[in-house]
Design a protein around this ligand. Structure first.
Ligand code: DAH
Length: 344
């Protein structure tokens, strides 16, 4: 078989092969088998060197034509196969736009944050500012400036975590009172603020105690502030939270930083005062502590003596537990979605 015949039979064989191939991988393999360094045509063309000078251009031209024709055929086949792959893909990936969409699960704000925001909004509507304090506080503000000098017995109820002898995790949000009073420019008017945040106690965790919980402090200092202002403000707050038909009641109490001090009760929202298990059959539920800012606290914050003020402190967990009948404070912190998603 001379070279031309060899090439011709090769050509027919390759045309047949290309024709039968039906994957892109197979196709590129054939391309290598034909045109690659060790490919069949490349090999056959090595025989060119044995041709006579007359034969060489004729066979050369034939070989060139043949190579071009086969390349074209390969290219056409490639396009055909690519189209096939694309069409298969398209038919498999069709989207049924009439199917109902998958619902995205939306998170909810933690109930304690919802409660905080709600109370913040009530006070914003009254023109209060919202102030942030420090969770790590110095003894001076947490105790001394709240009229609890070293060895004061009231400190016993507020043992806490000590970072050092003078630095503590704050036991209440009250130190913000001292910080804001000394920062406030009273020549520009009085002070109305609330300050929400985390507080800490050395407590054994149980159903009603947690070593970490949340409070909202309130403070109003201005000329002529009276206990009537305190009572009116708290009545407004409590009716907003627990409903317009609630009453409040003030009972004498003691806090080192207020004088007089009161414990504030709300008429039971479950039995409306008739007596039930929620109010322990008294008709009243204790809700927060409050009072007129102690003159000593005002003096330590260098507030002029013609100013007076009231303050209050409420526990966000306590209020939320009462409101929703939550029996265990630990439910707030366990991150159990079954609990959290109820408050949408
Ligand atoms: N700081 C008090 C506590 O954590 C709560 C409190 C009571 C704050 C009376 C006040 C207040 O501002 O007037 O127990």
């Amino acid at each position: 078989m001379n070279l031309k015949e060899e090439l011709e039979s090769l050509r027919l064989k390759v045309i047949e092969e290309i024709d039968q191939i039906n994957t892109l991988g197979g196709l590129s393999q054939i391309r290598v088998e034909i045109f690659g360094k060790k490919g069949s045509i490349t090999q056959a063309l090595h025989g060119m060197k044995d041709l006579t000078p007359e034969e060489r251009p004729v066979i050369g031209a034939f070989a060139n034509e043949m190579r071009d024709a086969l390349s074209e055929q390969l290219e056409a086949k490639k396009q055909e196969l690519e189209e096939k792959v694309m069409n298969e893909k398209l038919s498999q990936e069709t989207i049924d736009v009439t199917l109902p969409g998958r619902k995205i699960k939306r998170g909810v704000l933690h109930i304690l944050n919802q409660a905080r925001e709600e109370i913040e909004n009530i006070f914003l509507s009254l023109g209060y500012q919202i102030v942030e304090g420090f969770e790590v506080e110095i003894d001076h503000y947490n105790f001394e400036r709240m009229n609890m000098p070293k060895d004061h017995p009231a400190r016993d109820m507020q043992d806490t975590f000590y970072i050092s002898e003078d630095i503590v995790l704050r036991t209440h949000t009250s130190p913000v009172q001292a910080r804001i009073m000394e920062a406030h420019d009273f020549s520009k008017g009085g002070l109305r603020m609330i300050s929400p945040g985390k507080v800490f106690r050395r407590d054994t965790d149980d159903a009603t105690h947690s070593h970490q919980f949340h409070q909202i402090e309130g403070l109003v200092v201005d000329q002529g502030i009276t206990m009537g202002d305190l009572k009116g403000t708290l009545e407004f707050l409590i009716k907003k939270i627990f409903g317009e038909s609630r009453d409040i009641r003030l009972r004498p109490s003691f806090f080192p930083f207020t004088e007089p001090s009161v414990e504030v009760d709300v008429s039971c929202f479950k039995c409306s005062g008739k007596g039930c298990n929620v109010c322990k059959h008294t008709g009243w539920i204790e809700i927060l502590g409050a009072g007129m800012v102690h003159p000593e606290v005002l003096r330590m914050s260098e507030v002029d003596t013609d100013y007076s003020g009231f303050a209050f402190g409420l526990g966000i967990e306590r209020i939320t537990m009462l409101r929703y009948g939550i029996n265990d404070i630990r439910d707030f912190y366990n991150n159990d979605l079954r609990f959290s998603v109820q408050f949408t």
